[in-house]
Design a protein around this ligand. Structure first.
Ligand SMILES: [Cu+2]
Length: 340
């Protein structure tokens, strides 16, 4: 059953799904917010299905009962003279049912909206998400400065705890949407919006920019990984650490390649001299599942392809290609892959 629904939803909600990210599915809610929206969706589907069937039946009955005529039949003008109380009653009843249906849907919407606003936020996790054309900057807030860290295109959240996402945009309007967890929320330049959700089932949920934002809008995905509390704390602790590259001749050479080429202008690696802000933070790049906002699975081959020719993978992306000597490239890959 789940499998059928899964495919059904995937057909309806077309989204480019690479092997790097799982399917997103509005019909498989994994938390209370998505659940409320799912219930509303079911009510709307039910009411509208009943209306559709009623209308089709009424039209069919009208056609069936209408008198057959040909060009010699005289027009039936009786109704022009006599009042039609039965018809008037029928129309009044149909109108009342339509109004009742619309009113019921309106009440259901309002009730859903209120339910969405009532998520308890005690002990919430605060995450700042900043949208860029075409990737997601993710910052975990903390009371103490050094505990703040950045990552990209991947949110980890603890199962069972509310998450408060602060949304903003660096360029144009984007929209943050993780169908299994909540509805959409726009990210508007110069304005901060928030979205609250809770994941009750552990899992990996696909998110997607849901507001057309330019050429690579479709390749602006991300994942939300709902971890058990212990796994979450472990992840948090490791992400707060500065880069812990494996030390050997190759990674040392790779780090030098990174620090002496254009990469350092755009990317940060905590614990090194790279403090660029244009592109994603790479401090723990190797711990992430995807590259370039869900476009590629994070493997060595894909990483190499991305560095050498980002424009081939994601035309228009704000990263230029870098021509590197093959040995330098291998060393750079070795270094980046050791950033766990
Ligand atoms: Cu976007």
């Amino acid at each position: 059953m789940t499998g059928v629904r899964y495919r059904f939803a995937a057909m309806l909600v077309w989204a480019p799904t690479t092997a790097a990210t799982p399917y997103q599915d509005v019909l498989l809610p994994a938390g209370p917010q998505a659940h409320h929206i799912h219930v509303l969706w079911l009510i709307m589907l039910g009411v509208c299905a009943v209306v559709l069937v009623a209308v089709v039946v009424a039209v069919a009955a009208a056609l069936w009962r209408s008198p057959r005529s040909d060009e010699h039949t005289a027009p039936d003008m009786r109704h022009m003279r006599a009042p039609e109380p039965r018809l008037a009653r029928g129309v009044a009843i149909a109108l009342s049912i339509s109004l009742a249906g619309l009113l019921a849907l309106m009440i259901a919407s309002v009730v859903t909206d209120r339910a969405l606003a009532q998520l308890p936020l005690k002990d919430g996790v605060a995450i700042e998400v900043t949208a860029h054309q075409w990737w997601w900057q993710v910052r975990y807030e903390a009371d103490e400065g050094p505990l703040v860290f950045d990552t990209a295109n991947e949110l980890h959240v603890p199962v069972g705890r509310p998450v408060i996402v602060k949304l903003q945009s660096r360029d144009v309007i984007h929209s943050f949407w993780v169908p299994n967890l909540h509805g959409k929320k726009d990210l508007i330049p110069g304005r901060i919006t928030t979205l609250q959700f809770r994941a009750d089932k552990p899992g990996t949920y696909r998110g997607q920019c849901a507001e057309f934002c330019g050429y690579q809008h479709a390749k602006m995905a991300f994942v939300v990984i709902a971890d058990e509390p212990q796994a979450y704390e472990k992840w948090l602790a490791s992400q707060r650490e500065p880069a812990a590259a494996r030390r050997n001749d190759t990674t040392t050479r790779g780090e030098r390649v990174f620090m002496t080429s254009a990469c350092v202008m755009c990317h940060s690696i905590k614990g090194t001299s790279a403090h660029g802000r244009t592109g994603p933070d790479l401090t723990h790049l190797a711990s992430r599942r995807t590259l370039a906002a869900g476009t590629l699975v994070n493997t060595r081959g894909n990483l190499a392809g991305w560095i050498v020719d980002p424009q081939g993978v994601k035309p228009g992306a704000n990263m230029p290609p870098t021509a590197l000597d093959p040995d330098d490239l291998q060393a750079l890959l070795e270094y980046l892959e050791s950033l766990t």
